[in-house]
Design a protein around this ligand. Sequence first.
Ligand SMILES: Cc1cc2nc3c(=O)[nH]c(=O)nc-3n(C[C@H](O)[C@H](O)[C@H](O)COP(=O)(O)O)c2cc1C
Length: 185
Amino acid sequence: MANIVIVSGSPSSTSRSEQVLLYLGKRVEQEGFSIKHISVKDVEAGDLLFGNFNSEQVKQISLELEQADGVIVGTPVYKSSYSGVLKALIDLLPQDILQDTPVLPLMTGGSASHLLAIEYTLKPLLASLKGQTIKGLYFQDSQLDKTRENPITDIEILERTEKQLDYFLGKVNQNIKYHRLVQVY
Ligand SMILES: Cc1cc2nc3c(=O)[nH]c(=O)nc-3n(C[C@H](O)[C@H](O)[C@H](O)COP(=O)(O)O)c2cc1C
């Protein structure tokens, strides 16, 4: 069964972006994929702060990402960029960890002003790990209700989410087929 790893970059204990990621995880499972959730909150704060490349938790995360058939990465917008703690985790990962892996990037922000943060901050960051990013999703807080199991209240963005998810999972399946063919020949 294809396996999708979902990475949450919010330090918040009541995170909007994480609630969206949990919902996407359920949708991905409904489509027959297995999922694994990872959060920056799973990693010892000192390991992130002091850049501990020998952290067992980070090694485990690296292994899970390396074996993933597809990855979804979500983060809040903080000061017009991804969260600092997500960057602290990514700094500890091997450089090519997402080589040839389809990646769906996702951001939540307080307003539409930083809609392009996904393009000018998150995508370049994921490209540095050699991830194959697709278009991605940006949610404004006003389009979300984090108390609901499906937190996406805006119909238009919900439809966009379904389309992106469909496209992303299609890419994952194509990639798996391609790698099977390469192994045969
Ligand atoms: C420290 C901090 C900085 C923020 N900076 C921005 C910003 O520059 N632009 C923006 O649109 N929203 C900003 N926000 C709002 C968050 O991006 C938004 O509420 C997001 O949905 C929070 O996600 P989370 O609950 O998953 O942490 C900021 C919030 C915090 C706490």
